[in-house]
Write a protein that binds this ligand. Structure first.
Ligand code: HEC
Length: 121
């Protein structure tokens, strides 16, 4: 019994290590997951092409950010924070909802960051 107890603890760190060795940003699986988040969540407000013209965004005031607007600027750290913690975390509208489930998925946030920036002309 005692032996089984100890071997469980010997194995746990390895399981943890496997979990940490997740696919990095740029990995096709991560890109697909980020795309899914974009398609099912973000685009409902920000629009498929990032113009801020999504169905759910039309009634919001202030409107969702138009990522194609060349005058829009935000540094990467701020964009990451807005995505995970929501608009209110940086003094923007709370209609930009937080996505706490992405907190442990920095690689997906990284892909969403790339996506957001890719719309800029
Ligand atoms: C319910 C509608 C809604 C959804 C869903 C939504 N946003 Fe937003 N987003 C907004 C609004 C509204 C603003 C503008 C807030 C303001 O100007 O005060 C905004 C602003 C932003 C900004 C701009 C921050 C800045 O500094 O200018 C980023 C980046 C952003 N959203 C990314 C995303 C991403 C990525 C997703 C998907 C994970 C997402 N948003 C989902 C409504 C939404």
């Amino acid at each position: 019994m005692k032996k089984a107890f100890f071997s469980l603890f010997a194995v746990l760190p390895f399981l943890g290590a496997c979990d940490d060795a997740k696919a990095p940003a740029g990995n096709p699986e991560v890109v697909a997951e980020a795309q899914k988040v974009w398609d099912t969540k973000c685009s409902t407000c920000h629009g498929k092409d990032g113009k801020g013209d999504g169905e759910a965004g039309k009634v919001l005031q202030p409107p969702p950010r138009n990522f194609q607007n060349s005058s829009w600027q935000a540094d990467d750290a701020r964009i990451r924070k807005v995505i995970v913690e929501g608009g209110a975390a940086v003094g923007l509208s709370a209609n930009m909802a937080p996505n706490p489930e992405l907190k442990d998925k920095p690689e997906v946030v990284e892909e969403l960051l790339k996506k957001v920036k890719s719309f800029k002309p």
